[in-house]
Design a protein around this ligand. Sequence first.
Ligand code: FE2
Ligand code: FE2
Length: 241
Amino acid sequence: MTDRMGNGTGTALLDDRPAAPAGPPRLDRDALLRAQHETLATPRMAYGLLARMMFKPVDLLYGKEGSYTKFAMLETIARVPYQAWERMGYWAVHRHAGRSALARRVFERIVEARADQDNEQWHLLIMQDLVQRAGQRQSLLLHKVAPWLIAFFYYHVSWMLFLVRPDWSYRLNAEFEDHAEHEYMEFVAAHPELDHLPDPGTYGAEYGRHRSVADLLRQIGHDERTHKLDSLERMREPRVR
Ligand SMILES: [Fe+2]
Ligand SMILES: [Fe+2]
């Protein structure tokens, strides 16, 4: 008998390990266009004080209009709440270690938070690639120090909120994702030339390759919508029971 690895041992086959979450769905061209129109036809959420405390300085420092450098900055801080939830999740798993069903449900949320961090990481790498290809300059203060400071604020707000009112932590992230979704879709609408610029596909093997930079950005915008909807869903049952 040979096992899956082709070894001629008598070892019994293990059940297949469940795959990690695949991340947001990848859309075709028509669906991407539809997604853009849906976003543009949907008003933005009413952003609370904490969200506005982040969006205001971002607009002041990077401009109200979208740009690759502004998006790179937003993606730097986008994965922060998922990191905070991952950390809180491990703390909860540890606390509930004696109750396997509950610990498992908490762990499912950790896996989900990690998949979303990975998705945001690809967004960041893609944005950095577009910044470089467009030959745009990034300064130490504006593109390293400022994102770090805002990320620091966001991280601590996220886990502290999660501790006292997890639904508020999810709501804050939903607002952040809603903002990102609209920023991407509005940028694509304002730059029709991007429909004729081929997707360089630098991270095509990992993220998928689209026909144009416009479609690539629409896909990222749709990912943000998926993140938003997940957070709104989580708000309804914020604590794992
Ligand atoms: Fe993102
Ligand atoms: Fe996101």
